[in-house]
Design a protein around this ligand. Structure first.
Ligand code: Q6P
Ligand code: ZN
Length: 666
């Protein structure tokens, strides 16, 4: 299994800057790279990474995206006088040139290519390149928005040409629209480009009509361009996650990329003068984690924007820590998307509906959108660049990102004798069994003299306590009676006053009575509609074909379990696989991998002791290895989707992160 996270950085890329007065460009300073790298050093993250050297992109590399005339023109800039540079710059927008910027632009593009080479040849699992000048605005024959060469677009073409990559997903979480990337791939179905961006109904830079949600790509590329416009500032963590759960991830899993490239701009974070958003730096820990079970974990992030030097440095560290496998921080108080974000999610899903089977049941465009579409056309003439009113300069503050400590034991296992402990795991037994345990569990234990049941249960309860005190990150336990063990965990977690999210994959109903105090939530996958209501904390997901239905499970995991789990924010995630369920190993691993974003990766996997074959794959994912790809997903069963929609309608008043449509409140 490939490991290692590449860090690509070279201080040469700090050696250019704005040489004249230009208010639009003054934020793009060399310190952006130095503060980021220094933060990595200070947090001991440089030493944990594999340092990969930069290289200059060759002409051939650059010509994968740019025209010869543009490259030839840029080649002349090192020899220009200051006046020539200013005049040369005039022909482009919101960008500046410098005698050394061509050299740095080759290094920035070359850094992205080095990252792709090292990931695609298996020298590292994933990585990030800290570069400037950034890339996503530059076009075939034009510099734009601080960008000279389109680093990530070149990397995508390079990955296809040199490494035979067939499908590339580009996730652009920078707060600006990477129009350069969109133009490069808009008719190319092998590159799926996803971007969210501050838009404010086309009032925000670069004020392009083609940045709106209805620009879905052209010809064969229709459906392979996804624009999520933010029509208001102040978007928060919950808005970003809502878009991942209900737009990006379902489509990304259906697309099943061979490689994920990230236009990692951190101007989407709080404090940034460009974005004016409110998402905190730790959100990038989650966004990164949610991409890491795609493409067998092959994730290459390349720095784009980010102008608040404090939030930039914090966001860069959060991203590297997740790439390195450190537990994600708790996703605190997510209270569901704001109205504007919900409208954007609703519009994007309906615009993309014809192209993705995971969206085939998405709602149609809200009626108000149809009406305002016309109004917007009318306003077109009146369009004036939003007056750059003085940014409210009062200091914006936010809490430091939480410490993310890796427990000394990553994965503990409780296995029957004769079952080998997988490499990297630690066999766990309870050294101080609680003599009263039998008594405490008598309501659960059928036969309190059953000594090895009792010993397994005492190991189980002791393991939970080690996870709660962060001595152990996660665990895998094989038991004879899964139902009984599950009830024991529920009872014990409740006694520790810890909130547990239980995801149970089964085929039959399961005998469990959940307390209605919300200390435990259970999502129960089965093939049978369970008639009796078991309260709002028991959530039955019925799949006609049962747990062998990969698309059905993934649809429910991404669109229901994740949002609900993130909003519930448990201390512990219990993954229970009942003996009779026929879930595929890869889907089971995806479930384990995806849900590790919750509860600081305190995941407890519970299986029947005869599932020996599943011990190694389950343990591999618990150890932080990426879950295997599922292959391009077909559409889920229609009646399953309708059942899921009914469930969503029922739950979304309590769990607002489940919402995907804006009430027609106009
Ligand atoms: C790929 O570069 C990263 C980036 O997307 O952040 C570039 C933003 C250019 C923003 C240009 N308008 C500045 C107007 C003054 N406030
Ligand atoms: Zn940006």
């Amino acid at each position: 299994m490939q490991t290692g996270t590449a860090l690509i950085y070279d201080e040469e890329m700090t050696k250019y800057k704005l040489l004249w007065v230009d208010p639009a460009c003054k934020i793009e300073v060399p310190e952006r790279l130095t503060v980021s790298h220094e933060a990595l050093v200070k947090n001991g993250l440089v030493d944990r990474c594999v340092s990969v050297p930069v290289r200059e992109a060759t002409d051939a590399d650059i010509l994968l995206v740019h025209s010869e005339e543009y490259l030839e023109a840029v080649k002349k800039t090192p020899f220009m006088t200051l006046e020539d540079l200013m005049e040369f710059t005039q022909q482009y927008g919101d960008v500046y040139f410098h005698p050394n910027i061509y050299h740095c632009a080759k290094l920035a593009a070359g850094a992205a290519l080095q990252l792709v080479d090292n990931v695609m040849t298996g020298k590292v699992r994933n990585g990030m390149a800290l570069v400037r000048p950034p890339g996503h605005h530059s076009m075939r024959s034009a510099a734009n928005g601080f960008c000279v060469f389109n680093n990530v677009s070149i990397a995508a073409q390079y990955a296809k040409q040199k490494h035979g990559v067939e499908r590339v997903l580009i996730v652009d979480w920078d707060v600006h629209h990477g129009q350069g990337v969109q133009y490069c791939f808009e008719d190319d179905p092998s590159v799926l480009y996803f971007s969210w961006h501050r838009y404010e109904h086309q009032k925000f830079w670069p004020q392009l009509r083609e940045s709106d949600y209805d620009c879905v790509g052209k010809a064969k590329g229709a459906g392979f361009n996804i624009n999520v416009p933010w029509n208001k500032v102040g978007m928060q963590n919950t808005d970003y996650l809502s878009v991942f759960f209900h737009v990006l991830l379902p489509v990304a899993y259906e697309f099943c990329p061979d490689l994920v490239l990230v236009c990692a701009g951190f101007d989407a974070a709080i404090g940034d003068p460009e974005g004016e958003m409110c998402a905190t730096p730790d959100i990038f820990a989650h966004l990164t984690h949610l991409l890491m079970n795609l493409a067998d974990g092959k994730v290459c992030a390349v720095l784009e924007g980010g102008y608040n030097l404090t939030s930039l440095a914090q966001s860069v560290c959060q991203t590297f820590q997740t790439l390195l496998g450190d537990p994600t921080p708790l996703p605190v108080n997510l209270d569901g998307p704001c109205q504007s974000a919900l409208e954007s999610v609703h519009c994007v899903r309906s615009a993309q509906k014809p192209y993705w089977s995971c969206l085939k049941h998405a709602a149609d465009l809200p009626t108000f959108e149809l009406s305002t579409k016309r109004i917007k056309v009318v306003e077109e003439e009146e369009r004036t660049e939003k007056v750059e009113e003085e940014k409210n300069t009062e200091e914006i503050v936010w809490p430091d990102p939480p410490k993310r400590v890796s427990p000394c034991v990553r994965t503990a296992v409780v296995l029957p004798d004769g079952v080998d402990c997988p490499d990297g795991c630690k066999r766990f037994t309870d050294l101080h069994p609680d003599p009263l345990l039998g008594k405490k569990l008598e309501n659960i234990l059928k036969d309190s003299n059953d000594s090895d049941a009792l010993s397994t249960l005492s190991s189980l309860t002791a393991l939970i306590e080690k996870m709660e005190t962060n001595k152990i990150c996660n665990g895998l336990v094989l038991v004879r009676d899964v139902s009984m063990a599950m009830m024991c965990v529920v009872q014990h977690a409740a006694s520790l006053n810890k909130r547990a999210l239980i995801v149970c994959v089964a085929n039959e109903a399961i005998p469990i009575d959940l307390t209605d105090d919300g200390k435990t939530i259970m999502v129960h996958f089965s093939s049978k509609e369970s008639e009796e209501q078991k309260g709002k904390y028991y959530i039955p997901v019925c799949l006609k074909k049962g747990c062998s239905d990969t698309s059905g499970i993934m649809q429910a995991v991404l669109g229901l379990v994740l949002p609900l789990g993130y909003q519930y924010n448990p201390d512990l995630v219990l993954l229970v696989r009942m003996p009779d369920c026929r879930i595929s190993e890869s889907v089971w691993q995806q479930l384990i991998g995806i849900l590790q974003g919750l509860a600081q990766e305190h995941t407890l996997v519970l299986m029947q002791e005869n599932e020996k074959a599943s011990v190694t794959p389950s343990a591999s994912t618990l150890l932080g290895n990426p879950a295997p790809r599922l292959g391009p997903l077909q559409g889920p069963q229609s009646d399953d989707v309708e059942a899921l929609e009914r469930l969503r309608q029922k739950l979304q008043s309590d769990w607002t992160l489940l919402q995907t449509t804006a009430p027609d409140s106009r």
